[in-house]
Unconditional design. Structure first.
Length: 380
């Protein structure tokens, strides 16, 4: 005799249904495989299916972790305990935190490492660090590349290479074992347009009309010195002495030290560094910083140091209020540094020294126009 037909068949493991004959409603329950207890999930079938599926997944992961721990405990009597990726990543981040506290790395570097390590632990936390292979890491990197996040893919690879170097150093993996190093470096195409010489006048004029005076000063200091925005915002009046502006750059951890003559003049700015600093003094506000707030704004008071993001935001505002257009992403404040290199190179200054680069190849990158201008064919 055939069984009677079921009208409420379900295939999700540990999910059960019960018909209330009084109301005619079907109720769903989930049986916890660890304890055997039932938990009500209501009458919504779609929700019950979703909840049961997710619970099965999470409990399965937990059981795998427990089995893994038990197996490793049993093996520890005869063999050296294999450290998991999650455990090593935790130790690695403690090392990076110490490096940050010792001022060996910047806060931005620490955050980048945290992000990359979070991605790795979310995918491979139960795998032993010795068992991680190139194929596994390449698959994750390729996922980010295909989703249009090539810069992130590049960052992941870089941090993971360092992760295995540290593991080699402390003996958690064999010398030379670095599967991240064997992955193909993601190619990142810079889509930000260069700032052209012809763009400078419209933007600086727009800034004088539409932004605070410190934004104008920041742009002029940037083009005159070629400094990064972090260093420009950190400039103090006490850094000026004996006819020079002294700067220890932040990216080099203060190891690269530059002294700019106050007579230094960029052709596009038209006034000297000393004259720009004098303009910074003439705001009528007492401050130790060249770039300072002249009016109270939210949580800042007069004389406070200007934030780097504030400088970038005002530059973007001045840029966008012009009638200029770009083929790619509009240039950011950082492009002023490239423009400084190109204008000074024309008049014969050693721009490698100006930008504080140890390697000439880095200076050449700033000189690269990225196809933003035509090459004029000269004839005799």
């Amino acid at each position: 005799m055939a069984a009677r037909p079921r009208s409420h068949n379900i295939t999700i493991e540990n999910l059960y249904q019960k018909l209330d004959k009084r109301s005619g409603k079907v109720y769903y329950q989930y049986r916890d495989p660890r304890t055997g207890k039932f938990h009500g999930l209501g009458t919504d079938k779609k929700r019950a299916l979703s909840v049961a599926t997710e619970l099965n997944r999470r409990i399965a992961e937990q059981l795998v972790e427990q089995y893994h721990s038990i197996l490793e405990t049993n093996l520890s009597n005869t063999t050296k305990r294999r450290i998991s990726t999650a455990e090593w990543c935790k130790r690695y981040m403690l090392i990076q935190q110490e490096r940050f506290e010792d001022k060996e790395i910047a806060i931005s570097t620490l955050k980048t490492k945290k992000t990359a390590i979070k991605v790795l632990t979310s995918r491979c936390k139960t795998i032993g660090i010795k068992e991680l292979d190139t194929k596994t890491l390449a698959k994750i990197i390729d996922e980010y590349k295909k989703s249009g996040k090539a810069r992130m893919a590049q960052s992941l690879r870089s941090v993971w290479i360092d992760l295995f170097k540290e593991a080699q150093h402390v003996g958690e993996v064999e010398a030379g074992y670095n599967p991240a190093l064997a992955t193909k470096p993601p190619r990142v195409e810079v889509k930000r347009s260069r700032l052209r010489e012809s763009d400078w006048i419209p933007i600086i004029q727009s800034a004088k009309i539409n932004t605070p005076i410190y934004a104008v000063h920041a742009m002029m200091l940037g083009l005159t010195t070629g400094l990064r925005r972090e260093d420009i915002c950190a400039l103090k009046f006490r850094d000026v002495r004996e006819g020079l502006l002294y700067v220890a750059t932040s990216k080099s951890k203060r190891k690269t030290k530059l002294a700019f003559p106050l007579e230094l003049t960029n052709p596009l700015v038209g006034i000297s560094l000393g004259q720009i600093i004098s303009l910074c003094r003439q705001t009528g506000v007492i401050s130790q910083y060249l770039l300072h707030h002249t009016k109270p704004v939210q949580n800042v008071i007069q004389g406070d140091r200007v934030n780097v993001n504030t400088v970038s935001r005002h530059f973007a505002k001045a840029r966008d209020l012009t009638k200029l257009s770009w083929e790619q992403t509009p240039p950011s404040f950082h492009e002023i540094r490239s423009l400084a290199e190109r204008t000074y190179e024309k008049i014969g200054l050693d721009t490698q020294i100006l930008l504080g680069h140890k390697d000439r190849r880095m200076t050449n990158k700033y000189a690269d126009l990225r196809g933003s201008e035509y090459t004029i064919i000269k004839i005799s």
